[in-house]
Write a protein that binds this ligand. Sequence first.
Ligand SMILES: Cc1cc2nc3c(=O)[nH]c(=O)nc-3n(C[C@H](O)[C@H](O)[C@H](O)COP(=O)(O)OP(=O)(O)OC[C@H]3O[C@@H](n4cnc5c(N)ncnc54)[C@H](O)[C@@H]3O)c2cc1C
Length: 442
Amino acid sequence: MAGTDIFHPDFKPMPYWWEAYQPTAQDPLDLPARVRVAIVGGGYGGLSTALEAAKQGAECVVLEAAELGFGASTRNGGAVSGGVNIGKSFSGKGLAVDPTRAEAMLADGSDAFGLIERLIAEEDIQCHWQKAGRFVGAWTPAHYAGQVKRLALLNGAARSGAYMVSRERQREEMASDYYYGGMVVERAASLHPALYYKGLLDACRRRGIPVCARAAVTRISRESNSWLVQTARGAVRAAEVVIATNGYTGTITPELRRRVVPLASHIIATEALPPDLAASLIPKQRTLSDTRRVLCYYRMSPDGRRVIFGGRARFTQVSPQTSAPILHRFMTERFPQLRGTRITHAWTGNVAFTLDALPHMGQQDGMHYLLGCNGSGVAMMTYLGWQTARKITGVTNQACAFDSEDFPTHPLYSGNPWFLPVMGGWYRFRDSLDRGIAALGA
Ligand SMILES: Cc1cc2nc3c(=O)[nH]c(=O)nc-3n(C[C@H](O)[C@H](O)[C@H](O)COP(=O)(O)OP(=O)(O)OC[C@H]3O[C@@H](n4cnc5c(N)ncnc54)[C@H](O)[C@@H]3O)c2cc1C
């Protein structure tokens, strides 16, 4: 199956998740004149900040440029992890940060997983939360060896419950021999990203927090002892401002924009599969990803009938006509049994990478920020929002390990990622080379 044949007659160029919750402006609420905390960006990070700030008695407003849930928070793969992706930065050529801080970050990663689980239960969010673990396939034998080295760190500070699965036993995890074995992370989960988003939104509403759609912030300026936040729908005065714009960070915060690289990630959803085939692909209902530089991530839909398959088909925004055939090929390389399967949905969204591959929270020019999910932000951005709110309201008794003044930038980068297509091509070439060398040695 090739070209346009892969598209189902009912194909829609929108997230599969939007069948359950579609971002909407709803009743675009009036902006309050003055609040304690004005939050820019209405994704998981912004809503989580607002929710915790309100719980601690701070009046706040969430200002969202588009519809509610327009950003990555209703577009992602819905894989939830504690520390496994943070740990990536500390492997390979040794620890990129000092071991004590690395441990503290992994402990925070683990707390992020605990927080999202607690929040979903406390707020009774019906989002198909399933704690079935993750399998990370090794792209080469060397990557497998690298995973072995990371186990101790993950099982220590991040309490990941991680263990290795050899290539011979890989079919216990997936109906494919594609990888050189891999690592299982038991403390990982999946959810329906748009329903999780809707649950956070409902929780904000129950507390009377104004979450204002189509209120793009156009300017933020200091006025004696408060901030003046100007939006497309009027101005708000606030004692504190929080920037939670992640992969959509724009020119209103140039110092932050030059610290995050917005990268596109793309996903397809297949048509509903025959039940036996669907049940056989990922028998333990885990989420899957791999150790490639240009990684793929995939899972079954919450009803267990479709494959949701994502990856960096391109590093920039492209049409589904471009991204879907690439992802379909990646999917069938892993699962040849899906060759005749058509795609019903294809979509894209922005993630925010940072130059040290770590998430960040802190203050810049007096404004708070939480940015840099590096592709794994369902739990992490929820957590950094919660941490930021607790810091602002003064109830935290321990600094978050991601709260640091050291948020790197580069003199040649001002926020325009012109180099992404070249970088994507180079990373894909390196992946192919590694795999080719591994095949020669096999
Ligand atoms: C395709 C894809 C797959 C992913 N898969 C996973 C996964 O499986 N697991 C995982 O953990 N993470 C995943 N992620 C990452 C995860 O979705 C993000 O980390 C998370 O949603 C970020 O939340 P956020 O609130 O920080 O940002 P967003 O949800 O992106 O929200 C930022 C918002 O800021 C708004 N904004 C920007 N500028 C302004 C302005 N001037 N005024 C007002 N509002 C503004 C934008 O409109 C946007 O809605 C994925 C991301 C993508 C795109």
